[in-house]
Write a protein that binds this ligand. Structure first.
Ligand code: GLU
Length: 409
């Protein structure tokens, strides 16, 4: 089953609960436009590198389409479509005036020089600039891309369309970026973790947490949960995993990361393997890396009582059923990691007004949107006796469906 077909199972389950007609289901599931382009460039060693770039626009009923760019070897049309559809439901769940899209390049950025990364980014924009635009489709960072890449996108887009900072979000603060965008996904995850723990009658202070992935999302999640008083017991990255039963010293670990770029070798911890991290004896498990890590093979061994999906699509539908049976509470990606796109929205609003908000303002507004989204999803889950995931889909699909009908087909 493809990644998109797996994610469709959640959509179909929610559509069933809602009694959505077949016609509506097909309309809402079918993407608006799928673009696939060749990107060729001269590599530093003089060879020609040929790569495939994608942008898939899933839905625009509620506003311009929004979603990140992923530069990763696993990127293909199926994965991008799945991620684009998640963006449609995610922006609707937290009620941002956007639709959903996603893009990327199938490439291993760790093998690229700075110049090669810049060149491939600019060529990607050369191929796709007509598809993008502040009122049509606004890219942002995702795995393998960052604020620097967004700055190149803005600059290259301007060569075709003139000065237009709102054409991309997640830019550096020095170049029309918003304060707080960098930490936003992690902060949103921490806020949602706190809200979910409250429902389990457990304070965040003292809660034991394991985080898989220590990139932009995982590291800020760890830092902010640590500030809230949680004990971060274990973390991992692409190279290895570490654990300290007493709780890791997160500020020290962040310093270690600055220097060594990996969690391994950190003084205050023992090294463990990645599967041990997933099955650690903790209150909260936070997958914050790639998709498809919680599967029917490992779901029975998970000991956490709460899973917060900081990554996109980390849980397969089979694993999700096992978690439901085991009464493990799963807060889905389309709610849990919506902090990133929320602050992207703030950045876009500020760019359009040529105005900059203070960090405190950004944090306050993010908090409000995340808490409101959580409460809304929780209420639907309770009323309809469904999981928070299906409740989030019911909320998202309902909003997109109503906008579609009101706008006229
Ligand atoms: N890539 C992020 C996501 O999956 C952020 C998207 C955005 O800011 O537009 O939600």
């Amino acid at each position: 089953m493809s990644a998109y077909e797996k994610a469709e199972r959640y959509f179909d389950h929610a559509a069933e609960v809602m009694g959505l007609s077949d016609n509506m289901r097909i309309l809402l599931k079918t993407p608006l436009r799928e673009v696939k382009v060749q990107i060729a460039l001269e590599m530093d060693d003089g060879q020609i590198g040929t790569y495939i770039g994608y942008r898939i626009q899933h839905d625009n009923a509620r506003g311009p389409m929004k979603g990140g760019l992923r530069f990763h070897p696993a990127v293909d049309a199926d994965e991008v479509l799945m991620l684009a559809s998640l963006m449609t439901w995610k922006t609707a769940v937290v009620n941002l005036p956007y639709g959903g899209a996603k893009g990327g390049i199938s490439i291993d950025v760790s093998k690229l020089s700075h110049r090669e990364l810049e060149s491939i980014t600019r060529k990607f924009v050369d191929e796709l600039h007509d598809v993008f635009g502040p009122d049509t489709d606004i890219p942002a960072p995702d795995m393998g891309t960052n604020a620097q890449v967004m700055a190149w996108i803005m600059n290259q887009y301007a060569k075709y369309h003139g000065y237009s900072p709102a054409c991309v979000t997640g830019k550096p603060v020095e170049l029309h970026g918003a304060y707080g965008r960098n930490e936003a996904t992690g902060r949103g995850v921490a806020i949602i973790t706190r809200s979910a723990l409250e429902k389990l009658k457990k304070p965040v202070s003292g809660a034991r947490v394991a985080i898989q992935g220590f990139g932009n999302v995982g590291s800020f999640t760890a830092e902010i949960l640590h500030e809230m008083g949680a004990e971060i017991i274990a973390v991992s990255d692409a190279f290895g995993a570490i654990k300290n039963e007493e709780g890791l010293d997160i500020p020290e670990l962040l310093k270690h990361m600055e220097e060594y770029k990996k969690v391994e070798g950190f003084d205050g911890a023992e090294e463990i393997d990645n599967s041990t991290l997933l099955t650690a004896d903790v209150d909260v498990l936070i997958p914050a890396a790639i998709g498809g890590v919680l599967t029917k093979e490992n779901a029975d061994d998970i000991r956490a009582k709460l899973i917060i999906e900081a990554a996109n699509n980390p849980t397969t539908p089979d694993a999700d059923e096992i978690f439901e049976r085991k009464e493990i509470l799963v807060i889905p990606d389309i709610l849990a990691n919506a902090g990133g796109v929320t602050v992207s929205y703030f950045e876009w609003v500020q760019n359009r007004q040529h105005f900059k908000w203070e960090l405190e303002e950004v944090r306050k507004r993010l908090e409000k949107i995340m808490v409101t989204g959580f409460d809304r999803v929780w209420k639907i889950a309770e009323e309809k006796k469904i999981s928070p995931r299906i409740a989030a889909y019911v909320l998202g699909i309902g909003r997109v469906g109503r906008a579609t009908v009101l706008g006229g087909i």
